[in-house]
Design a protein around this ligand. Structure first.
Ligand SMILES: [Zn+2]
Length: 54
């Protein structure tokens, strides 16, 4: 019986790539949309896709 211990790899801090979450931040009110796939700002109701195309 061989048990392989799970590698305790620390997750790298993400924050150096704004392009990663740029499409999640509402350009209208600045609210951060944590829900992937949501194209509408839950705060102000602004459509992200409408602004991204600009
Ligand atoms: Zn908004």
């Amino acid at each position: 019986m061989t048990e392989e211990p799970l590698p305790a790899a620390p997750e790298p801090e993400t924050g150096g790539d704004p392009a990663c979450w740029a499409n999640r931040v509402c350009p209208a009110c600045g609210a951060f949309n944590e829900t992937p796939g949501t194209a509408t700002c839950p705060t102000c109701g602004r459509n992200f896709g409408d602004l991204l195309d600009e």
